[in-house]
Design a protein around this ligand. Structure first.
Ligand code: MG
Length: 440
């Protein structure tokens, strides 16, 4: 094993492993990227507050116009949801020199979302999704301002936060154009936000979980994350498709509606499964701390197709002797959920053991799934004082207010965009690339 000083984490493709030494833990997990992070020194120039000082001061930048509160507008459009949210943080003395970024006493002044829904059997394409966002963005911003009772954005808004990535290129691009326009129109600074960090900070603020292991599960992301040394570290993640994508694509095979979301409809079907005691066997692909789900999707897709065709040769679905159907569509939904969620629970528990934590925070659209929350709670129950934190669909499904929350934290630490060249959106933007200046 290599010895690495505490402030340096090393990713290396050759070793195909990630080794991090800290005072508390040694972590081994697979990783595809290859680069060295020099912690703290890394992004300190972007945050004047961070230079030469470890102390977090969330009151670095005072609110505009002598107000005693900050207001941020958040714009989210990295996938098929367009979200506009406005958040208010009171200026609190307790934030002067302590890491209380989970306790901003945030008030959500508005949180509006419009989802681009496609017909059953179809997914959403980037071009069509971008068109949806372009068509609705201005209307949603106006509605959010009216709901928050903001009459003069130039005076009343401190910062405009937009999703910089990760996500689908065209939809991200259509929303950042709206953010830049508002910034010029109102003379308000911009902050680009990592979508995953938005989910994490919103979850922390809502649940008040101080330092949980985060399970981020959505249509585009599957990651187990824990905070260490100014960054949210990825402990485990999917090697191919995201869990939400796996569920959505199975919903497409079944041709069930995408309204309100494909995953929600699978969850409802799973609840009605008549043969819960006979789990349909599917691949279980946990690789170290990582997961693979594309093979599971291919496997269950084949079963569904055989079921629809009535292929009696398939002995998993039909009785060998009588030819009687043993498995229903509901059973397939149930088995798929149980299998995937068991994999998630396994890697989350291992991450908890690594960092000696007993709190889990589930964020992302799939985090609304009650069965996943139940399974996670069962695992936590077996650990001393284990707790599961989750939010409802207002906050766990992509929304604007989470972008405002994370962006405002960064703004309060002095991190703003200085030139429009920094507002270029990116489809690939890893959670651990962000320097979390607002955390100790
Ligand atoms: Mg998301």
């Amino acid at each position: 094993m290599l010895f690495i000083p505490p402030v340096i984490s090393l990713y290396t493709e050759k070793l195909n492993s990630f080794i991090m030494m800290s005072s508390r833990v040694t972590i081994f997990t697979s990783c595809n990227d290859a680069y060295i992070y020099l912690l703290r020194e890394g992004n300190s120039q972007a945050f004047p507050n961070a230079v030469g000082s470890k102390m977090v001061n969330l009151n670095t930048i005072p609110p505009k116009n002598g107000r005693d509160y900050y207001i941020a507008l958040g714009l989210e459009g990295s996938a098929n949801k367009l979200g506009v949210g406005i958040v208010k943080h009171p200026l609190l003395p307790k934030h002067a020199n302590s890491d209380l970024s989970y306790d901003c006493e945030a008030e959500m002044l508005s949180n509006i979302r419009d989802t681009y829904v496609t017909p059953p059997g179809e997914g959403f394409l980037p071009r069509d999704t971008a068109r949806h966002h372009r068509n609705w963005c201005i209307r949603l911003i106006k509605q959010a301002l009216a709901e928050a009772d903001i009459k003069n954005p130039t005076l009343d808004i401190d910062v405009i936060c937009f999703t910089k990535g990760p996500g689908m290129g065209a939809p991200l691009h259509s929303v950042v154009i709206a953010a830049r326009t508002c910034s010029l129109l109102w003379d308000v600074p911009l902050v680009g936000v990592n979508h995953c960090i938005g989910h994490i900070e919103m979850g922390r603020e809502i649940t008040k979980a101080q330092n949980p292991v985060v399970l981020y599960v959505s249509g585009g992301n599957t990651q187990v994350i824990a905070y260490s040394e100014k960054r949210y570290r990825i402990f485990g993640e999917t090697l191919d498709i995201a869990i939400g994508n796996c569920l959505d694509r199975f919903a497409r095979t079944l041709k069930i509606p995408n309204e309100p979301s494909p995953g929600y409809n699978i969850e409802q079907l799973a609840k009605k499964a008549p043969h819960k005691e006979n789990l349909v066997e599917l691949p279980y692909t946990v690789k170290g701390m990582d997961l693979s789900m594309s093979g599971i999707l291919a496997s269950i897709d084949l079963l569904a197709k055989d079921l629809f065709k009535g292929n009696k040769k398939n002995k998993i679905l039909f009785d060998k002797t009588t030819g009687e159907q043993k498995v229903t569509v509901e059973d397939l939904c149930y088995s798929l959920q149980e299998n995937l969620f068991a994999m998630l629970v396994e890697i989350t528990e291992r991450a908890m053991a690594h960092v000696n934590s007993n709190q889990v925070l589930i964020v992302g659209g799939v985090g609304c799934n009650v069965r996943l929350q139940e399974m996670m709670a069962q695992m936590c129950k077996d650990r001393a004082n284990g707790q599961v934190h989750a939010t409802d669909n207002r906050f766990c499904i992509d929304n604007g207010v989470m972008i405002a929350q994370a962006g405002l934290l960064e703004y309060r630490m002095g991190g703003i965009v200085k030139d429009f060249s920094e507002t270029v959106v990116t489809q690939k933007f890893r959670t651990d690339e962000v320097y979390a200046a607002w955390r100790d």
